[in-house]
Each structure stands twice: as C-alpha cells, then as structure tokens.
Design a protein around this ligand. Sequence first.
Ligand code: ZN
Ligand code: ZN
Length: 466
Amino acid sequence: MDQKRLCSLSDAIWGYAETGFTEEKSARAMAGFLRDSGFEVTEGIDGMPTAYMGVYGHGRPVIDVLAEYDALSGMSQQADVPERRPVTSAEDNGHGCGHELLGAGAVGAAILLKEYLEKTGREGTVRLVGCPAEESGSSKAYLARDGFFKDTDCALTWHPADFNMVCSGSSQSCISLFFRYTGVSAHAAGSPQLGRSALDAAELTNVGVNYLREHIEDTDRVHYAYLNVGGKAPNVVQSEAILKYFVRSKNNPDCERLLKRVILCAQGAAMMTETKVEVIFDEGLSNTVPNFTLEKAALEAFRKCGTPSYTEEELAYAKTFRDTFDMQDAMRSIPRCDDPARLRQNMKDSPINDYLIEVKSYEDTEMGSTDVGDVSWVVPTVQINTACFAYGAGAHSWQWVAQGTSAIAHKGMLKAAEVLAELGIRLFEDPQIIEEAKAELQDRLGGETYKCLIPEDIRPHISTLE
Ligand SMILES: [Zn+2]
Ligand SMILES: [Zn+2]
C-alpha cells in the first residue's frame, strides 16, 4: 500500500470538509482510490448518493471495514496553527472529529486486507463500506435497517483520538426530533391579548424538560437547540418556533420511553400557550452491543503492531497543542482503563499518548451515541482508537482540525489501518473467532431482534427544518 498516497487522500478530505450527505468530493476520492487499488466499487448505495462500497475477494468470511468522512459546520480552522483561527469564516466547515483520517485509515485497512487475500490466495471477502453523515444523518442505521449487513461476518472500524486503545462498553441510544410550534402573531404592546406565542411554547417546553431532568436515569441525556425563534423583533408575538431535541438513554426501549415524557412536555407547553405543536421524527441511533471476543482479538492485534514512535520535531509540534489545554481538566476526564495512574503520568511526561492503553472489556454505557451501534446489533462489531492528536483537547475541537494533516495524525491513521488489517487477517485465518463473536452477539441479544429506531417510511435526509 502506498502510504504517502493514503496520507494525501486524508489531507484532500480534510480540505473538502463536507458535512453529512454532501460529501461528494470526499466519497468520489475514496471510491477512486479503491478502484485504483483493485476493488470493485459501487457509488451511491441504499438511496444515499455519498455512500459507497468497495469489494474485493470472493466467498466467506466477509469482513466489513466501516469508513466515515463527514465534517462539522462552524469548525473551520487553519492547519498547524495552535490557536483558534478559521481559514476564512468561523461559520465554515472543518474536520473537528478527525473523519478525514477515519475514512482514509479505513480505506488503508481494506487495501492491506486485499493485499493479504491476493498474496495468500485465501478465500474471503473484504468490503469497505463508505458511511456518510455520521455526525448527523445516521447512514449506518439505514444500512443496518435495510439489510445491508446481512452477509457480513464481522465489522471493524476505528476513530481518531488522543488515546491508543481498543474501545469497549456500550453507547447511548439516541432519537432526534423536531417540535414545530404554531401560534398567532400580534403587536406585543398594542394587542398582546390577541397573540399566542409559539416562542413561549418552545421556552416552556424547555423549562418542563429541565425540571424533568431530576426524574430521569443517570444514563439519560436530553439536549435541545433553537432552530427558529420566530423572528428578531421583540415587539412581535412570534407565531412560529422550532426546537430540535436529542433524547438519549442506555438502550432503545428506554430511549423510546423517555421520548414519550419529553413529548408530553412539548404538548403541555402548547396547551398552556394555546398554540399547536407538531412532533416531527428526525433520526435514531441504537446503543452499541459490545463484543468481548472481538475486543480481545483486537487487543492482541494492537499489541503485535505496537504504537507509533515520534521524532523530536513531532513531539515539539504536539506540545504546542497540548499547551492550549488545561491538562488538570484533561486528567480528570480520562477514559476508563486498567492503569489510570500510568495514563496520567504519560500525560505529564509526553504531549501525545505513546503506549497502548489496556482496558478490560466492560458493558457499561458511555455517554454519547454513534450509528456504529446499529451495525453492532446485526453483526459482531469492534472499534479501536489510535492517538492522532496531542493530549488535551477532545473531539469537535479546533485543535483536532488544526492537527488533522500533521505527521502525528498521519502516523495514527496508518497505525489504525495496520491494526485493523492485522485483526482482519486473524479473522480470515481463524474463523473460530468469528463463530465465537457471533455466538456472543446472540447471547447478548438474549432473543431480542434488532429493531431500528428509524421508522421504515423515513429515508436518509439532511437533518434540518427551517
Ligand atoms: Zn463527532
Ligand atoms: Zn467522529
């Protein structure tokens, strides 16, 4: 595999910085790269023009590598500058979650697996699944719902981070929805008694939900944003308002139960204000089903591959970014791991994580959601992290955008490709692991079958409402 070209692919995606379901250039670049590398490529799958798939090989097992490549709006940032400085406007997009690396690294892993199959002549198939719109759009949930993974034996993926580790635990289920309020406009001084304020209804919904917080589970989260406040004139009783809500809980049934309580707040607020509220479903993500069997295999692969080493120059570069962050804060929120003291010491000694953090597999819920969760319900799935960024700043930070095309980011990305390929090779060579991983998945589901949170009649869409 041409590592230099793979780094250029990542840098190109960083430059395109396209948000969910608009990743045309990014998807085309990755699809072209795979085609040039000998994959059979289909662009546009499951009704999503920027989803794609590259296939190599024949027969079983079928190993899927999942790629993401969407950027975030409002995260524009100049490369390599250790202070907040947008390229043109702060409103513009930027790769604040490192998905340029995620996409290219996944492509790299698939190519390494293709080279292995080619060299050994072994039976097996590697599929690179290009999954757009992870940040908002849930493409993997649609792919899982629509049976796209029915022939897959295992799915592998990774996420750029400031840690080297195999991921464990579950993630939250999440439902996103809109509340659209309609009232009656009036002069706010002259005839307020004639007005019925949609904005009041939106505010009272949030007040209700903020009181509801006291009576929900610790693993529940609810957040909202105003998409439409009616207008900018205080002397108008606003006749329209739109809120967007995320409702999260530890699994799908709990999430649906919490959703009903949040909807009651919106309906109650509409009743109080004599306005109307329309509840519009947007999208949904399932919780992640961990797979200890694959986590163990991934850890062994990671141990064999080791972690990158850095030049003095790279360490000095990483330090300029670590110094932009309060390390006391960072040390207070380290990930769960077997030896937290070692990790905290490493954070003091080195600007970047330079060893493999070992973590005993666990089932507890981590806060946050991912559409990888939906895949994990239908096929044994595992994720790893590699250190691509200096310690300190987390995902969705300008620091991650700034470091996205650096040598340390490239090293982390190439390491992820190597570890995922090493894991894939183990699965090709020892199908027993796959059988155990599948048995574990069935065991964890305990007879429950996957029910996507997104109703059948909802198709992939850009998540917005004006
Ligand atoms: Zn993200
Ligand atoms: Zn991400």
